[in-house]
Design a binder for this molecule. Sequence first.
Ligand code: UDP
Length: 487
Amino acid sequence: MGAELRQLHVVFFPFLAYGHMIPTLDIARLFASRGVRTTIVTTPVNAQTFLKSILNMPKLRPSITLEVFPFPAKDAGLPDGVENLEQAVSLDMFGQFIEATERLRHPLELLLESCHPDCFVADMFLPWATDAAAKFNIPRLIFHGTGFFSLCVSDVLRLYEPHLTPFSDDEPFSLPYLPHEVILTRMQLPPEYRESGETDSTRLFNRVKESEDKSYGVIVNSFYELESAYADYYKKVLGRRAWHIGPVSLCNGNMEEKTQRGKEAAVDEHTCLEWLNSNKANSVVYICFGSTVKFSAAQLHEIASALDASGQRFVWVVGGCSDNGIEHHQWMPQGFGKRTAGKVLIIKGWAPQVLILGHEAVGAFVTHCGWNSILEGVSAGVPMVTWPVFAEQFFNEKLVTEVLAIGLPVGAKKWTETASGSAIVNREAIEKAVKRILEGEEAKEMRNRVKQLKEMAWRAVEKGGSSYSDLSVLIEELSSYHLLRSK
Ligand code: UDP
């Protein structure tokens, strides 16, 4: 009798980066709202980010606990105090960051052994997690933090290597067998595809793929209606077990929940809403490049000049500058503040993104194509100007601009770890894209399409919707796995 009544328990270990921690908390919350006990593994500094959100969930609070392990930054050669990827953005430091994370395997295994959960959901950047879970006969689900389209692109690149054919890095090549024609250049690919032989990137990538093959399946923050051809391709052609349960950000219903996501916001939400309220519907462009991208002073200057010249209204989230020691006033065009007073709201630091995107004044989103940002843009019904920088962002751009036709590319051409070394996107290109996304027939059509997707996104997470149902299927499957195991 005990086995049937036992509450399901899922342990989550998100990668220590906001783009992974934020959706993982939302996923834990979705499980908790279905009566599942959840534990999130993290480190002391990152725990604060989770805590402030969890404290805001009185009903779910008892079902979400944190397990906090000290982060061995120094042992891996990182400066003391580094605990989040945003503090370790160079590629050199990325390797050390991965190493420090791997050093958490021992305490993690002790935790799995002592609480023996029914499932372990671990990030793709923890490739050792499948074996750690297997030691205790616990199924491991993998969370990549991206959608089906880019998962398919990544697998097709690995299987058929179409990127090895072109003679030069800027020569386009086509990806075979996908539901749509997808054309990329080698310059747009992450290092694991560009580098030959054994490098840190290729080694990590191979470990990730190996652990993916051995894991119980994949949990995807997406909804079927958004990329159905690729959800089918991923499962039926590539043979992956996967469940789509998103957009997970939609579980943040009220203002507190929206403003508490991630870091402490650098703007008071009331000031922000007041400013947005003073603008007409669909008239404001929101510009944000996620949690880790840092642009060079020269690139920031180009963006500011484009905003200035365009005469449009903007909310511009200015993260740090990648040129050390260069201050805001050194790259800002002279007289910018005066000329754009009332037209541009600059947020220096963290913005309450979901709150802003959901405001009716926001008519377009200039995004680096991080998957969370794209889904949040879609869920708010906002067309996008795509400006990919690194990770799988160039793949996501193709989905937005060519498959879904809900965005326009700004013209970024080259993958880079931060934008500092990349070719600069000039002010004319930025200004042109921003105007095109707001005005004219093409803009209207994109807005209509993304509004339809927004409706579908909200329906997907409602009771009976595609994502709601897939989460039910997953929970049932995990329950029966547990019953079989306990026989
Ligand atoms: N985000 C935010 N405010 C910011 C920057 C980012 O709320 O100023 C959130 C954003 O809503 C998203 C996440 O941080 O949920 C960023 O994830 P994404 O996949 O878009 O990009 P990444 O940061 O992983 O590059």
